[in-house]
Each structure stands twice: as C-alpha cells, then as structure tokens.
Design a protein around this ligand. Sequence first.
Ligand SMILES: Cc1cc2nc3c(=O)[nH]c(=O)nc-3n(C[C@H](O)[C@H](O)[C@H](O)COP(=O)(O)OP(=O)(O)OC[C@H]3O[C@@H](n4cnc5c(N)ncnc54)[C@H](O)[C@@H]3O)c2cc1C
Length: 311
Amino acid sequence: MSKIDINKLPEVRGRYTADAPLGEKGWFRCGGKAEVLFKPKDQDDLVHFLKNCPSEIPVYVFGALSNTIIRDGGLRGVVIRLGRDFSNIDVEGDIIRAGALALDANVANVAADHGLGGLEFLSGIPGSIGGAVKMNAGCYGTEVKDVMVEAIIINRDGLIQNIKPEDLKMTYRHTNIEADQIVVAATFKGVKESADDVKKRIADIKEKREQSQPIREKTGGSTFANPSIEDLTKADVDRDTKVWQLIDKVGGRGLKVGGAQMSVKHCNFMINSGDASAEDLEALGEEIRKRVADEMGITLRWEIRRLGDIA
Ligand SMILES: Cc1cc2nc3c(=O)[nH]c(=O)nc-3n(C[C@H](O)[C@H](O)[C@H](O)COP(=O)(O)OP(=O)(O)OC[C@H]3O[C@@H](n4cnc5c(N)ncnc54)[C@H](O)[C@@H]3O)c2cc1C
C-alpha cells in the first residue's frame, strides 16, 4: 500500500514504519494499516517533522483508538502515535497537567490521590487525554470543557499554541480541532476535597460501567451521539429520548452484520463479536442509521470516527 517514500520524509530522531498495523491496535481489534506510522522521540522531534513534512502528505494522530474505526483498505498519509514522552501527569496545587498520551483513567486516579475532585468522570473513559480533548469526551454530566484550563496544540505547520476551551468551540462530543492538529498536553482544574471521597466516586463510576456497558468486549464506546432536542422535537419524539432508545425501537439491540453486532447489554455500543471487518462494523452502523431515519425521521450522527479507504 505504501506510496510515500520514507527516505523523502524529514530526518527525525523518532521512528517511521511503513504499512504499520493500525486498526488492529485499536479497541475494535480490526481494520486497516497506516501507510506510514511515525513515533516522534519527543515534542521537538514532532515539531521538526511537521515543519518539514510536505504539506500534500496528510497527517493524522491517534491516542488509544477507543473511538475509531480504521477502514480495511488502510489510511493514506503519515499517522502519528505519540510515545511515552507524552504521558506525564503533574499536579501543582489544584492544576493537573497531562500529556496527550496519558490515559484518562490515570489522570482521574492521580487527581484523586492529590485530593482533587471534578475529574473523576475521566475514570470511565478508556481513551487518552489527546482523544478526550479532541472529542470533548464526557459522561455522567461532566465533559472535558467543564474542567479544562487550556490545551497545547501543534498545528500542521509546527506552530505550538496554548488554546483556551472557549476557542475550541467545545460542544457535545465535538471541538473545532482539525484532523491534522495535534494536542500534545492539556491542563485541568480540580477542586480540593477529601481524597477518600473522590476515590469513592471513582469506584461508583467503575461499578456503574461494569453493570451497564460491555467494557470487556472489543468495542468503540457509544456508536452514535444522542440526537439534539431540536431533532427530537422535529420528529415529534419525547425530548428526553436517548439514542439507545431509538436503536432499541428499530430492532437494533443484538442486530448483526457479519462479525459486527450491536451489544445486547447496551445497544448503542457496537462490538466486534470475533471476526468482524471494519466494513461489517460500518455497514451495521449504517443499517441502524437507515432504520432510525426511515422509521423515526431522525438522522443519527456517528460518534465513532471512521477513517481510511474501503478495501
Ligand atoms: C468501553 C468504552 C466506553 C466509552 N465511554 C465513553 C464515555 O462515557 N464518554 C465519552 O465521551 N467517550 C467514551 N468512549 C469513547 C472514547 O473512549 C473517547 O471518545 C475517547 O476520548 C477517545 O480517546 P482515544 O485516545 O481513544 O482517541 P482515538 O480513538 O485514538 O481518536 C479519536 C479522535 O481523536 C483524535 N485524537 C486522538 N489523539 C489526539 C491528539 N493527541 N491530538 C489531536 N487529536 C487526537 C483522533 O484523530 C480521532 O479523531 C468510550 C469508549 C469505549 C471503548
């Protein structure tokens, strides 16, 4: 698949790999390869790469791949995977600074150890901080924009910027961060309280998740975003209706296409039940969207990112 000549890419201290497994490294454990994978050594190496990589080469970045389907034909361009240098978590007073590759759950735990509350919702999200900022991830009534102080983002041309949440247009599971902009770190503000209380809330979230979500399956979390109140009102559906209720109504719970299945436990979670391809997963999602559009008049918005070429 690789057409990019690695020898013509900027000389870096990190590592390039052609035709590197990508989809199979994600939570769904299926999907295509990256044309070229780049693991920068550190932030300077990343900036050097971005400044010198020809602008016609597409650049992508992923974290834990817990919200992404890479189509079976693979992703053309250079895919950046950040390394250990981007996973530090530091606390100063009520401010927590986390590298983009730090796992959300680790940030929640470190905050709790320091008696800082408000970030425990992150313990329920299995992605990285970079992915959480990009997706404005959230659960149980709190989302990243509520606790974020600023994000450090590197543009495609290598410019480093400190950006405030209000400049990222953070709405429900959405920001204006472009596909080739790279979050390298973010700071969050916690609220001083008893470490035991915060840890107790983290334990409660863990228990709730165990009971309601197929967290031990190969999944990508919520497949579709909840529809807006305007869309529900237009379709004459109760404004409190959640997307899983729409999926249930159209017979989506347990529905299968090839090896892909809508979870029986939580029908807005799609799972790879064994031998699914990325095509199976996407086809199943599109079947659900079609049914909900035809039967309820609501167009569902994919929350899971789908990128790359069809095989
Ligand atoms: C079991 C399960 C439960 C989940 N529950 C929730 C939930 O309750 N709430 C919720 O919001 N989500 C949930 N998710 C979805 C997912 O965990 C979040 O969206 C998470 O924030 C994605 O992070 P990631 O690192 O895995 O991102 P990836 O899947 O790697 O990428 C997702 C997007 O973010 C971009 N991205 C990743 N890293 C960076 C970076 N450093 N800079 C710029 N862009 C970047 C990617 O390009 C892509 O567009 C769940 C997923 C699973 C599997």
